[in-house]
Ligand binder design. Structure first.
Ligand code: ALA
Length: 413
């Protein structure tokens, strides 16, 4: 098994077998993959579950009365159970498959938001949101006149909890926050923030894209109303994601997209809709992707999410200590607790130039605004470099990164 109960015994030879891509070269150097916050690599178990499905079990779901279709339906629906268990949802039919976090948030904005909100109603977000948790609300601001209010963040990269409670008014309709920031790594105190919102009778949507692959998530303990995340950051396929919603909210919401699969009856006079979750899964879904997502979630569970969290926390601490020894390097996002996301800038050097040198050393790292331009503005930087950890990273990866940053400093002057 890849991650043993004792994290000191992490078995990297098993790991390399699970993630064959990590044994490849990048620019003729051993690949050091430090971009899992953008998208994680896929273990063989996920790839094999999908290819096995296509090679032997493929059929459409929920339609055929033949054996293959029943099998495909069972495999697809099994993922709902696996995801329910992963995030501790009360019921499997509160799990809706979407194409990713972005679609999940757009679904809530365009179904829940449009059905319930009017001009002057308010949505609270924070200054550390990804564009996917900013732009859907700004579009509603433009189209129906809602107001988007923003929780400021501290210089360390934490939510300003003094300001947050003051933003509520009788017009507040939703709070939408990330569980962990894709740039700062900050793990936000969302349980407390949800309780504050609920004291105002305001529901809360959590963007869990960065959290679910790296830490235990329990939607019942959090008591969030909606929780969204992406499959591809959870070591699963692209084009998959999950929207969890409390059943009574999902049942009251109108469909987001329409077509086959989401109806109960159709005549030219009237349409009635299928029950949740089918009401929100119009058309033939990403069947193989969802099966791959189930395999990915099962893989993470088989390693133990607590083990993964502890491993990445130890590596984060090691990486922070090493990086902070580099003269001129400034970490963006020092609030604790945080996940394994290390954003940094270097005096006088542009992140893209450093990123180019790192690439030539075999290191895959992201440089840019990371889909969070307001956050870049907040820290007064045009871009950062960002190293982000996955369960397959090891101290050696950090050592190679640190050496390469010194090289870039010498090379770029
Ligand atoms: N949201 C992804 C990132 O932070 C793409 O890199």
């Amino acid at each position: 098994m890849l991650v043993k109960k004792d994290m000191q015994e992490l078995d990297f030879s098993a790991l390399k077998q699970d993630f064959p891509i990590l044994t490849q070269q990048n620019r003729n150097k051993p690949l050091v993959y430090l971009d899992s916050a953008s998208s994680a690599q896929k273990p063989r178990q996920v790839i094999e579950a999908m290819s096995h499905f296509y090679l032997q079990d493929y059929a459409n779901i929920h339609r055929g009365i033949y054996e293959l279709s029943e099998l495909a339906t069972d495999l697809y629906e099994n993922t709902r159970q696996v995801i329910k268990n992963l995030i501790h949802a009360p019921k499997a039919d509160e799990i809706i498959f979407v194409s990713g976090t972005t679609e999940g948030i757009n679904l809530v904005a365009n179904s829940f938001g449009r059905a319930n909100w009017q001009a002057e109603d308010e949505v609270i977000i924070s200054h550390m949101e990804h564009h996917s948790n900013i732009v859907p609300w700004l579009l509603l601001q433009k189209e129906i006149g809602i107001k988007v209010k923003v929780i400021p963040i501290t210089d360390e990269g934490a939510m300003d909890l003094n300001v947050y409670p003051t933003l509520f008014t009788p017009r507040t309709k939703l709070v939408a926050l990330n569980h962990a920031s894709n740039i700062l790594g900050t793990i936000n105190p969302i349980k407390e923030m949800i309780a504050i919102a609920h004291a105002h009778n305001v529901p809360v949507l959590i963007d869990g894209a960065q959290a679910v692959p790296h830490m235990p998530v329990d939607v019942q303990d959090l008591d969030c109303d909606f929780y969204v995340f992406s499959g591809h950051k959870l070591y699963g396929p692209t084009g998959t994601g999950v929207l969890y919603g409390k059943k009574h909210l999902l049942e009251a919401m109108p469909p987001y997209q329409s077509g086959g699969g989401m109806i109960e009856t159709v005549s030219f006079e009237e349409v009635t809709f299928a029950k949740v979750p089918q009401k929100f899964e119009a058309g033939t879904p990403n069947i193989a992707g969802v099966i791959g997502l189930g395999a990915a979630a099962a893989y993470v569970q088989s390693q133990g999410i607590e083990n993964i969290f502890r491993h990445e926390q130890a590596l984060l601490q090691y990486a922070e200590e090493k990086l902070l020894q580099i003269p001129g390097l400034r970490l963006i996002g020092t609030a604790k607790p945080k996940l394994g996301v290390l954003s940094f800038v270097m005096d006088h050097l542009h992140p893209h130039d450093i990123g180019t040198v790192l690439d030539h050393e075999g290191i895959a790292i992201r440089a840019g605004h990371h889909c969070a331009m307001p956050l870049m503005e907040r820290f007064n930087v045009p871009a950062t470099l960002r190293a982000s950890l996955g369960l397959y990273n090891h101290q050696q990866d950090i050592d190679v990164l640190v050496e390469a940053i010194y090289l870039a400093k010498r090379f770029l002057g």
